[in-house]
Design a protein around this ligand. Structure first.
Ligand SMILES: O=C(CO)[C@H](O)[C@H](O)COP(=O)(O)O
Length: 221
């Protein structure tokens, strides 16, 4: 069974509380928070104060913080103390994976690594048993509303098979380009947490209904 994780990247920040409560009312248990620094990616979003605000609005939700930043280890403690429950850092941005994973765990949080679309899944072979989740970026990181890149379905399946072969319980999160027409297929390839930003927040259908309907679509997997 896959879970939907609405990404606040596409929400209306002047209505953050209202939109988060609507997502929760629709059944969202995981809220995805994209932190971008303008260096690792060409866009700047937000940081620790927004994570604190999201946790304050939804104390029961799992706050899933995706760090698209250089030298992520420097900031792990601040994000953990702000209320992050899952922290993902990019393998392309950090040299010492073990130290970063250990620091996340020291704070009692779930540790995850994120891979850009061009980074092969073999990159995580040696550390996967220490991780609660692997985040596969299915678009180039930086902006919401992009189109899913070709070949990402095969990448998800390859990682799912490797996790099964090794008898692990690692979650696979996918992020970017999730649309009405591909969400069920992506879940069937082995994604267990599916991030959706523009799909959830950028059209006229009420957020609560949208989250409920999309969550039902991916339930069988
Ligand atoms: O982090 C991202 C890009 O860097 C994601 O694309 C974003 O969280 C989801 O956006 P969308 O669902 O609109 O593609």
């Amino acid at each position: 069974m896959a879970k939907l994780a609405p990404s606040i990247l596409s929400c209306d920040f002047s209505r953050l509380r209202e939109q988060l409560l609507a997502a929760q009312a629709g059944g969202a248990e995981v809220i995805h928070v994209d932190v971008m620094d303008g260096h690792f990616v060409p866009n700047i979003t937000f940081g620790v104060p927004i994570v604190k605000a999201v946790k304050k609005i939804l104390p029961q939700a799992t706050i899933d913080v995706h760090l698209m930043i250089e030298t992520p280890r420097r900031y792990i403690s601040e994000f953990a103390e702000a209320g992050a429950d899952i922290i993902s850092f990019h393998v392309e941005a950090e040299r010492d994976f073990d130290a970063t994973i250990n620091l996340i765990k020291k704070h009692g949080k779930k540790a995850a690594v994120a891979l850009c679309p061009g980074t092969p899944v073999e990159f995580v072979s040696e550390i996967i048993s220490k991780l609660e989740m692997v985040l596969l970026l299915t678009v180039n990181p930086g902006f919401g509303g992009q189109t899913l890149l070709p070949g990402m379905d095969e990448k998800i399946l390859k990682l799912r098979r490797e996790i099964a072969r090794r008898g692990l319980r690692t979650e696979i999160e996918i992020d970017g380009g999730v649309k009405e027409e591909n969400i069920e297929y992506l879940a069937s390839r082995g994604a267990s947490i599916i991030v959706a930003g523009s799909l959830v927040f950028s059209d006229e259908e009420a957020i609560e209904e949208k989250v409920r309907r999309l969550s039902l679509k991916i339930k069988p997997y």
